[in-house]
Design a protein around this ligand. Structure first.
Ligand code: ADP
Ligand code: MG
Length: 238
């Protein structure tokens, strides 16, 4: 389970309106990508879904339950950041275990979840290492593994490939696609890279200036862009 419904979400920082009324439904098991130019509000919207930022208006429901005032740790989400956000002093195993430890899960259950996630992401050889002993790609796999361990209803990714070199970007993208398939997980994924969006998404949400320009499958957006902005951004023939 892991459907998401956003109703008329707005967000202002001081006098500046950054999100201007976003309505969106994401189905259970869908991989939806927010795409749009830098500064259009992608990260802000993702942080609002995660509960890391309060919306100025509107409501958020996960599996039909309103979570607008639910703290991040109770929303059933796991977020993967561009910068990995691993604890440098903890081993890979402890980085992956921490969330469940804090939620007071039994040790045997935590071990089982870490085992599952580390197999899924080929992290078994690295469990006793610290982040500084890993490559960028391995660190990002740990950050993704840490999310998998928590069995979230909803995975949130904010530009997870941006700090990786080109070859690793392709690998990690394929890895995320495989996770999506094998776990049947609902994922909301932010990128400014249209190729990434076109190859990975079930549906793409094109954002511009805090508003949704169009929502559709990659083929729908490519073949039938709603306006010149979408056509230009997606790269459709004009
Ligand atoms: P994106 O992720 O699409 O690049 P962001 O969501 O980070 O865009 O930012 C959208 C807009 O909101 C930008 O103009 C940014 O400067 C502004 N913004 C983001 N966070 C804050 C904040 N904490 N305080 C003030 N302005 C912010
Ligand atoms: Mg951003």
């Amino acid at each position: 389970m892991g459907s998401l419904a956003l109703k008329n979400i707005t967000k202002s920082f001081g006098q500046v309106d950054v999100i201007k009324g976003v309505d969106l439904e994401v189905e259970d098991g869908e991989l939806v990508i927010f795409v749009g130019p830098s500064g259009c509000g992608k990260s802000t919207l993702l942080r609002i879904i995660a509960g890391l930022e309060d919306a100025s208006g509107g409501s958020i429901a996960i599996d039909s339950a309103d979570v607008s005032s639910t703290p991040p740790s109770k929303r059933g989400i796991a977020m993967v950041f561009q910068t990995y956000a691993l604890y440098p002093h903890l081993t890979v195993r402890d980085n992956m275990s921490l969330g469940l430890k804090q939620a007071k899960h039994p040790a045997a259950h935590i071990a089982e979840r870490v085992d599952f996630a580390s197999k899924m992401l080929s992290l078994e050889p690295y469990l006793d290492r610290r982040p500084a002993e890993l490559s960028g790609g391995q660190r990002q796999r740990v950050a993704i593994g840490r999310a998998v361990v928590r069995k979230p209803k909803l995975f949130l990714f904010d530009e997870p490939l941006s700090n990786l070199d080109a070859a690793l970007r392709v690998n990690t993208r394929l890895e995320i696609a495989r996770l999506h398939r094998e776990l049947g997980a609902t994922m909301v994924y932010v990128t400014h890279d249209q190729t990434e969006a076109m190859t990975l998404a079930d549906r793409i949400v094109v954002l511009n200036g805090g508003r949704i320009e169009q929502v559709g499958t990659p083929m729908e957006l490519y073949n039938d862009p709603a306006n010149l902005f979408v056509a230009g951004f997606i790269g459709s023939p004009q």
